[in-house]
Every structure is written in C-alpha cells, then in structure tokens.
Design a protein around this ligand. Structure first.
Ligand code: PEP
Ligand code: MG
Length: 587
C-alpha cells in the first residue's frame, strides 16, 4: 500500500522487528537473473565463447573481492561458502561442457550455461547422500553469478562500508542477514516475508528494525532517498517532510526511553502477584545474543537455533566447531540452562544457495529432523558436540519437526549411540541430559499423549504449528492476515498439548513467536505453560504483564477464550481484559 504527499511517500507493510530508524536508502538487488536461449550462427560461436570465458573470470574476481571484504568484517570462519564457490568455478566441466554446447548446439552462452546446469542437476540427483545431493544449490548459485556477469548485472553482496544505510530489497535470506554489518545498517525493508519468517526472527535477534511485505517498494524507490522505517507499526516513509520526520523522531525517542525504563526491571523475578513462577527464557541464534537475554532478565535459553552454523557454507560443520559454538553460547548465559535444538534447516531457512533447489513444497519437504535422521553420522557429530557441552553446565537437547513416535525413538537411539561413543573415549557428558521435542506439526498435537511418554519436555513451536494447522505459509506476506495465533483451532491445540504434557508429568514449554507477544501472556499462563521462550527484546514486556496478572485471573481469561468461535472475537475479548500500561504506550 502506498500514499503520496508532495515527494513524500508512505508505505505500509508488516511490522517484523521493532525499533525506528531514519537514514539513507540503499536498494539491493537480490532477484534472479532472467535467462533466454536463442540460436546463433557459426560465425558468432567464438564471440559467445569469449563472453562465457569473460563472465567466468569476472565472477572469479567478484568472489575474490567478496572474500577479502568479508574476511575484514566477519572473520575467516564464515568464508567456507566462497571457497566452495571458487572451486566450482574452476571445475573443468563447467567451461568445457558449456563451450561444447555453444559450439555443437549453436546456441547462445546463457542458454548453453543453463543446459550445463541441467546436466549437473542430473548428476547430483543420482547421488544417494541427501546432503551431497543438495550441494547442487552451490552450483546453481555460481551459475547465477556467471549469468548475471554475462549481462553485466552484478550479484550484489550486502553493502558493508557505506555509512549509515537502510537496506531495501525484494528479499533478504537468512544467509544474507548474517552478512549484514550491524554497525552501518540501521534497518531493513523487504518486499516479501512475514513476521515469523526466519529473516524476521534474525532481524529481531540483531535488534535491527524491519518492515516486510512492502510490495513493489524496490521498483518505486531510488537509492539515496531519505527514509524512515518504523518496525513497530510497519510504516515506511520516503522523503519525509519536516513535520513527519519530527513526529517519527519523537516516537523513536519515546520508544527508546520506554526500553530504557523497562531495562531497570530486568532483575525482578518472573512471578505472578499470587506467587506462581514460570520460566521466561530467550531464543537465540548467535552467542552475542546470550548476553542480551541475560540483560533482559531471561533465565537461560529455551531455544538455541543451531542451523545458523550450517548456513553460508557448503559442508557440515565438524564436531569440534559445533562444540566451540555451543560452548560460546553456554559461557554467554552461564550458569543458566541452555536448550540446544538440533539443526532445523530447510523450509524458509535455506542453506547457502539451497533456495534454487526445486522442492515443490519446501515447508513440507526435506527439513529439520528429516535431514538429521537421513544423515546419521553427521547428526551424531551434532549430538556428541551437544553432549560434551552438557558436561560443563545445564543443557537440554531438543528435536525439531517431530511428526511421530518413530522419529523420536530414532533420534533418541542416535543420542544413545553418541553417548556410548563418548563413554568409550572417556569424554564426560551429562548422563541424565533432558530430551525434548518441538510440537509444531498437527500430527504431534493429536498424539501428544503418546509422545509425552517418550521425552522429558515439550516445546511448542507456534510459528510452524500455526502454519501447518491453518495451512498458511508463515513467510507469505499476502496471507499474513490469515496467520492467526488466536484461531480456535490453535488455542485448542495448545490446550491439548499442555494437558498431555502435564498428564505425563513433563514440562510444557513454548518457544514460538507467540510467547513474545504480551497480549497472549494471560492465555499461555492460564493454559498452564511452565516456560515461555522468546526473543530477548520481548522478555521485559512479557514479564511486566506476568507480574501484574494473577494465575487465577489468567486461568479465567484462558477459559473465557474458548467460548468464542473466531480469532477476531478472542482478540477483542483479550484486549478488553488487559491494560498494557508501559507495554502498550508505544503502539
Ligand atoms: C517455531 O516453529 O515456532 C519455532 C520456534 O521454530 P522455528 O521458528 O525455528 O521454525
Ligand atoms: Mg519451527
């Protein structure tokens, strides 16, 4: 949506990460190259081959430059993906086969390159190991770069040293997010993506204001315009006039003041006025966030998304590297509990270049525990790394995307094997380590009573649970109005999960984005959740409501919600029950 006043333009999108920023706009082109194939005459064969050779050389140069730039800003550790891409670029087959296709097939260089890619795909498809099979995505990424260079369209890296900028792009992948330099990027705007997409989650983790789902914004805007991004209301203003600028500036100051005041409440316990305590914990992706969870009063980590270590690279991280990462996180939150979730890549969290893999339904495809169980030796590296960390402080392990008992048993069996392997080489670990599963697939809700007998705790992933229960793609901005956490089907699912957990005497935790919205606190508290885990930025607001709402009142509110038959009715009921005070005053 766009409205115009003089040369000021206002857009509204999805408020994906809170905070207000003003700065210079920088549009980053992340769209795919468009390729057309056409016949050529024999006289132009050499010309086409020359274009191919030049584009490969330009791509090599581009990758070398990117390597130097990233080494300065993010350190050598994150550069595996560039090394692999350079290796692919040097593969004899790439240039020889493409040249041959140009020569014998008499087609242009772009068309020939696309045919070479097709041949690579056929080869990769016949590989048994699913992980290696997926590495076709790296070949696709490299070929994409060559194609762009052939048409003088550069693949833009995330800008690194361009002063204080606000990035607007059609899409920013979670892997792109990791390349963002937080010291010069003030906010992001994207045309696609929703509040619970992983890009949005990472934006919140990096405390980067973000507005998503602003359709067509990169076509309408121009670099260097001045822009205001309001990640609280989902507003983007281009070339704000003086009054508008001033009003956003005071809103920004007010928001920052409220944040500052809330921070003073961080040491207060998470307890209701009638003495009922629950755990408020943090969701983290990178060790730097651990400190932020503690600063915001979180008692440890309820969800450590480990897939980040699998991104921006083309092969699985070794056990030692994983061990160091998990240790860094453990040290950042010591002496509190660390809940480590095993890899949950796939879906909208693509490994480098994986987005080019033609999976018709990525959200229903190869992701999370399905990848892990398909690559048991790799999975055990992760499990051994987690077990080793458990020797040095409280750690729980949690499996994502569980749909049935067999998966839990298979994962636990591999955990046992990992334990035995460590015992054999006398490496210590917590023999009593708690094992949990994420409840995020409707099948798991339906058999929650059976699953509860197999594990020590449940953690509800509402982001996916809502997606799969309502059949609403969590990343699709056009459907965001239908993504309803208060849908009666979702509330009934939550009630059933808590009952099943408590019936079996295990803990019911919740770590989806729903946990971080103060409006939902009374329901979640009233339903009986023992732990809520959320982005660090939400902890203080949620605790503020918790400290004002007795368990008795929350139970009545939760029961009251089940009287209504639509999400809208539940929402207005909830709003009538809660006064938000400080938490509300900014919105
Ligand atoms: C969820 O699905 O709610 C969840 C916490 O996991 P993720 O967002 O990483 O899929
Ligand atoms: Mg999930």
């Amino acid at each position: 949506m766009v409205s115009v006043k003089s040369d000021m333009k206002s857009f509204s999108g999805i408020a994906a990460s809170p905070g207000i920023a003003m700065g210079r706009l920088r549009i980053v082109d992340r769209r795919r190259a468009v390729v057309s194939e056409y016949p050529i005459s024999s006289e132009t064969i050499l010309h086409e081959i020359g274009r191919l050779v030049q584009a490969i050389e330009d791509t090599r140069q581009e990758l070398e430059n990117l390597r130097i730039r990233l080494a300065e800003t993010t350190g050598e550790d994150n550069l595996f993906f560039i090394e692999t891409h350079l290796m692919i670029l040097s593969d004899e087959r790439l240039s020889t086969e493409t040249t041959e296709i140009i020569r014998t097939g008499l087609i242009n260089a772009e068309g020939a390159l696309r045919r070479t890619l097709h041949r690579y795909r056929e080869t990769f498809e016949s590989i048994d190991d699913p992980y290696l099979r997926e590495r076709i995505s790296d070949v696709e990424t490299v070929i994409e770069r060559i194609l762009r260079n052939m048409n003088n369209e550069t693949v833009e890296p995330m800008p690194q040293h361009e002063g204080q900028i606000i990035i607007a792009a059609h899409d920013i992948s979670p892997a792109d997010m990791l390349q963002i330099n937080r010291s010069n990027v003030l906010a992001i705007i994207t045309e696609i993506g929703g509040r619970t997409s992983h890009t949005a989650i990472l934006a919140r983790a990096l405390e980067l204001p973000a507005v998503m789902g602003v359709e067509g914004i990169t076509d309408l805007l121009f670099d260097a315009a001045s822009v205001v991004v309001d990640g609280l209301s989902g507003t983007v203003i281009i070339n704000p006039d003086q009054d508008t600028f001033q009003s956003f500036l005071s809103r920004k100051q007010h928001y920052e003041y409220v944040e500052y005041e809330l921070l003073k409440t961080a040491p207060l316990p998470a307890v209701t006025p009638d003495g009922h305590s629950i755990f408020l914990r943090g969701n983290v992706e990178i060790p730097e966030e651990g400190a932020s969870v503690l600063a915001h009063g979180g008692s440890g980590v309820g969800l450590f998304r480990t897939e980040i270590i699998f991104m921006n690279r083309t092969y699985m991280p070794e056990e030692e590297e994983q061990f160091s990462l998990y240790t860094a996180m453990q040290q950042a939150i010591a002496p509190h509990l660390l809940t480590i979730r095993t890899m949950d890549a796939g879906g909208d969290k693509l490994l480098d270049g994986m987005d080019l893999i033609a999976e018709a339904n990525p959200a229903l495809g190869l992701r999370a525990i399905r990848i892990s169980l398909g690559t048991p030796e790799e999975f055990k590296k992760q499990l051994r790394a987690i077990l080793r960390v458990s020797a040095n402080g409280p750690v729980r392990v949690m499996f994502p995307m569980i749909s049935g008992i067999e998966e839990v048993r298979a994962a636990k069996k591999l955990l046992d094997e990992a334990k035995q392997e460590l015992t054999y080489v006398r490496i210590p670990y917590d023999t009593e380590i708690k094992v949990g599963i994420m409840i995020e697939i409707p099948a798991a809700v339906t058999i929650a009573d059976l699953l509860a007998r197999e594990v020590d705790f449940f953690s509800v992933g509402t982001n996916d649970l809502i997606q799969y229960t309502l059949a609403i793609d969590r990343s699709n901005e056009q459907l965001s109005h239908l993504y309803q956490p208060l849908h009666p089907a979702v509330l009934r699912a939550l009630r059933r999960i808590v009952q099943a957990a408590h019936g079996a005497g295990i803990q019911a935790c919740l770590c989806g984005e729903m946990a971080g919205d103060p409006l939902y606190l009374p329901i979640l508290l009233g339903l009986g959740f023992d732990e809520l885990s959320m982005g660090a930025g939400s902890l203080l607001r949620v605790k503020q409501i918790l400290r004002r709402c007795t368990l008795g009142r929350a139970t009545r509110i939760a029961e009251g919600c089940f009287v209504f038959s639509t999400a809208a009715e539940v929402k207005s009921y909830l709003q009538s029950q809660i006064t938000f005070d400080v938490a509300e005053s900014i919105d």
